[in-house]
Structure formats: structure tokens, C-alpha cells
Design a protein. Sequence first.
Length: 188
Amino acid sequence: MFDSSLIILAIVVVAGLYVMVTYNALVRVRQMVQEAWSGIDVQLKRRADLIPNLVETVKGYAGHEKETLQQVTEMRTRAQNVPAGDIAGRGAAEGLLGQALGRLMAVAEAYPDLKANENFLDLQRQLSALEGEIQMARRYYNGSARELNVKVESFPSNVIANTFGFAKAEYFELENPADRERPDVKFS
């Protein structure tokens, strides 16, 4: 009788320790996902803040390209107005913004004076650097989301995840496969 109660107690202690360790691991990975999303959000904000300067610079040289300039501004506004938790919606909006920026850069190609403008060249370098940082932040986020999703779906950690309300994270992906490539913004 004494031996069986010790065995039962040991099983309960081991099970409790497993639940505690698994729960803490899920919390850690969920925090990594939130931190990674914050990194993407910061980079997207930096890009959004750069766009008005870019549009104004292009407008000074190519003001009659009003439709393209207006599209960039509208897509920027749309991307900024996506609700905070809508990762798929943000990805779609950012993809459309990327397409509009690509059209803006194509328009700029037709204006040699604009391509030689120091302000434009500086904005172009900043945009190129930001696109690279956004891509790196997106990879980090998606890696963190993958790690959380594996823990949420794998047995036996999925039992603890479901018990405590852990959910899978959405991946931050671009809708159009062509948008997966970093835009070419070199005019030299």
C-alpha cells in the first residue's frame, strides 16, 4: 500500500512537472511570435513613413503621373488601416503597396533628372534597405510562428495548448508570388 501511493505520487509529480514545462515553453514561443510581429510592424511603419517623402520627390519631377502617385498613397493608407490582429489582411495590403511602389519606381525610371536627384537617391537607398529588413523580419516572424504551430499541433503538447487556449499563429506571407522578390530600386 505504501509503495503504490509513492508511485502514484511520483506519477502525479512528473505529470505536473511536464504540464508546467510545456506550458512555459508555449508561453515563451508565443512571446517570440509577438516580438517578431512587433519587429515586422516597426519596419513596415518605417517604410510607410518614408513613402510620403518619396511620393513628394517624384511628384516634383513627374507631377503628371498623378494616378501612380495616388495609388501609392491609397495603398499606404490601406496598409496602415488594417486591424492590428489581421496578419493575412496586412500581408495582402502590404503586397498591394509593394506593387504600387514598383509602379512608382518604373515611372521614376523615365525621368533622368529624378534619377540623378540626391534626395531621391537617398530615399531609394533607404527603401531598398528597409525592404531587406522587412524580408528578414518576416522570415524571423514566420520561423517563430512555425515553432509555435508545431508545439500547438504536436502530441502531447497539443493537449496542454488546447487546455490553456494556445492558438496557432498565422504566417505573414505575400499573396502574389512576384511580390516575394525584393523590389529592384536601383537606378544607377
